[in-house]
Design a protein around this ligand. Structure first.
Ligand code: BEZ
Length: 251
């Protein structure tokens, strides 16, 4: 993997508000009960953390991005900067929840071990993230446009998109009993031109280039994707695939 992704809360709010808005199914799968202690893993700017808090749960949010944690703190939430691959909690949560974050963590065994330690006996781990095939067309266009510039595009890919079988095995090996896991294709309408999505989510690719070359790289990727992801009315849809699961810590 090349350069890390960073987050600008304002740009994220402008281009990626749909990420939290489309989080309703995984919140339903969590079925939070008032009074439960919940860890929101990869809480970002805290929109879903706030939703769980408003349902009467005691929620701690963690995220590796200091600017996103600052934005979440401005909502009055209990949040901390913490790497999801180095969680530091001990048997204190009824549930660990995560939306649209686990695909940014390339070592699932470390994440699952940290979640296992954070949960009380029989506690649940309920999450949704990018699954096998997620943004395959976008990724291919990003990789190929770097390759054309003599850069190894695949080496810049930051995303971990496992199959249901792979992740189920990881969870079982990590001490969980999986009660539900499914790969769900979810073509996702974007709020505007795909340029906003590329600027928000593909920094690992763009940052391999000098700043002056990034706008033309993004424009080239956008034009490669136009016939695949943009309809006749100019509406862009990203080729998302979700992996959604619920698992319990073995007692
Ligand atoms: C996702 O939520 O699936 C996703 C977000 C950004 C990049 C890739 C995937």
């Amino acid at each position: 993997m090349g350069h890390p992704q960073t987050w600008d809360p304002e740009r994220y709010a402008r281009n990626a508000r749909f990420v939290a808005e489309l989080g309703a199914p995984v919140v339903d799968l969590l079925a939070p009960r008032a009074g439960e202690r919940i860890l929101d893993l990869g809480c970002g700017d805290g929109v879903l953390t706030a939703k769980l808090t408003s349902m009467g749960c005691h929620v701690i949010g963690v995220d590796a991005s200091a600017p996103q944690i600052d934005a979440a703190r401005r909502l009055g939430l209990d949040v901390r900067v913490m790497n999801g691959e180095a969680l530091d909690f001990d048997s204190e949560f009824d549930a660990v929840f995560s939306n649209a974050a686990l695909h940014w963590m390339s070592d699932p065994a470390k994440v699952i071990a940290g979640v296992q330690s954070a949960l009380k006996p029989h506690g649940r781990f309920v999450a949704e993230f990018g699954g096998h095939g997620c943004v395959a067309k976008i990724r291919k266009a990003l990789v190929e446009a770097l390759n054309r510039r003599g850069i190894n595009g695949e080496a810049a890919n930051p995303w971990y998109f496992p199959s249901a079988e792979d992740y189920s095995q990881q969870l079982t090996r990590g001490g969980f009993v999986v009660s539900y896991i499914a790969l769900i294709p979810r073509p996702t309408p974007l709020p505007g031109d795909i340029t906003g999505w590329l600027e928000t989510f593909s920094e690992s690719f763009t940052s391999t280039l000098p700043p002056a070359e990034r706008p033309s790289y993004i424009a080239e990727v956008r034009e490669a994707l136009r016939p695949k992801l943009c309809d006749a009315k100019g509406k862009w849809t990203a080729d998302y695939v979700r992996l959604r699961f619920s698992a319990n810590k073995r007692g």
